[in-house]
Design a protein around this ligand. Structure first.
Ligand SMILES: Nc1ncnc2c1ncn2[C@@H]1O[C@H](COP(=O)(O)OP(=O)(O)OP(=O)(O)O)[C@@H](O)[C@H]1O
Ligand SMILES: [Mg+2]
Length: 360
């Protein structure tokens, strides 16, 4: 047995949630030869980040594949100082805030004037469609009071904490942070401006986002405190406005678009939701009227990114934690989300200048 080969193979095992190899994380402490061609591997790893036993079995399998007859794997818990050092290491090679100058992350706020038009459904499904197209995607549920993303995406494992860093939850290939993970089930979030501002700032800065290609922000309805705070924290974010086809909804959605413009945020485009319902007779029924999305897009001078039909499976899937793009990938709605994801991915954000340097 080649001990170096075993050491190498073991160090290359990655933690899916920490997105780094054990060597990169500096967590392998020792690899010893043992009797009869076996090895003993000692490592430290933070608790609660990976499912119980997952790291042990991955490491043992890698050691065997590299020639060890058997592998004994000992995982030692980490003390507070070691956890803090690991958090620092995780943060070291990345800009701290997604969307800050120099970051590759395209931050996209999903907004609407009115409630219930489908922002969260659009966010969840577009995120999963982007992930399925091979992009690295994360979602920040910025609807601090009315969070719905973890339920819609069927998140199973809560976020983990490493030192002072929150490691996001994940589902269907998208990483997720939401207030849902931090409030007890029967408690309401009754924060106003300053508390909201602080919570959103923590969600941006104290989460191990690790520079995704896309960070989707699911906004609460309307033009209140949350979009104002977010526009300050992530000035380069683009906005996607969701509306339904009827003119009244379009008028309200217009306010969200105008607000984005006022805060100098680029509007990436409009998504029209609930555009039609296809009956058993194969005909399309335009239950909420027609043309609102296109009219709003024309008025704003931005593209209509897509029209999403009313599909009962979309609602049922959201309630079960299976977004339509997963539960019914051949449905008209899933196709629409695939096209929206493709269009979003092809939009290049305006080039932002780095802030001017000040000389003291
Ligand atoms: N295209 C669709 N077909 C069927 N049901 C839909 C569709 N879009 C949204 N829904 C359903 O409508 C309801 C409202 O959607 P959603 O929660 O996405 O809206 P929202 O704009 O995020 O709402 P809020 O303003 O409360 O955050 C949900 O039950 C969702 O499953
Ligand atoms: Mg919502």
């Amino acid at each position: 047995m080649d001990l170096d080969a075993v050491r190498h193979a073991v160090g290359e095992q990655t933690s899916p949630r920490l997105r780094r190899s054990l060597d990169q994380l500096g967590l392998i402490t020792a690899v010893f030869p043992a009797a009869g061609g076996s090895v003993r591997v000692e490592l430290s790893f933070p608790e609660g980040v990976e499912p119980p036993g997952a790291i042990e079995s991955a490491v043992a399998a890698a050691a065997r594949a590299a020639g060890a007859v058997e592998a004994e794997v000992v995982v030692r818990p980490m003390d507070a100082a070691a956890l803090e050092a690991l958090a620092e290491r995780l943060k070291a090679d990345r800009p701290s805030r997604p969307g800050s100058p120099g970051s590759r992350t395209r931050v996209i706020s999903v907004a609407s004037g009115k409630g219930g038009v489908g922002k969260s459904s659009v966010t969840a499904n577009t995120a999963v469609a982007l992930a399925r197209a091979g992009h690295d995607v994360a979602v920040l549920d910025a609807d601090v009071w009315g969070f719905s993303i973890p339920r819609m995406l069927g998140v199973q494992e809560p976020p983990a904490v490493v030192g002072g860093l929150i490691v996001p939850a994940a589902a269907h290939g998208a990483r997720v942070i939401s207030m849902d993970f931090f409030v007890p089930p029967d408690q309401a979030v009754i924060w106003r401006g300053p508390m909201l501002h602080k919570a959103l700032e923590q969600f941006l800065d104290e989460v191990f986002w690790d520079e995704p290609e896309f960070l989707l922000l699911d906004l609460p309805p309307g033009t209140g405190d949350v979009p104002i705070s977010l526009s300050q924290f992530v000035p380069g974010a683009m906005t996607v406005v969701v509306t339904t086809p009827q003119p009244t909804a379009q008028r309200v959605a217009r306010r969200a678009a105008l607000m984005a413009t006022k805060m100098e945020q680029e509007v990436a485009g409009v998504v029209e939701n609930m555009s039609w319902f296809t009956g058993d007779d194969g005909r399309r029924y335009e239950i909420f009227g027609a043309g609102g999305g296109q009219a709003l897009a024309d008025e704003m001078g931005v593209p209509l990114l897509g029209k999403v039909p009313l599909v009962p499976e979309l609602r049922a899937g959201a309630d079960r934690g299976e977004p339509a793009v997963v539960a019914a990938p051949d449905s008209e709605a899933a196709e629409a989300f695939g096209a929206i994801a493709e269009r979003l991915a092809s939009i290049r954000p305006r080039v932002r200048r780095r802030p001017e340097l000040t000389v003291e």
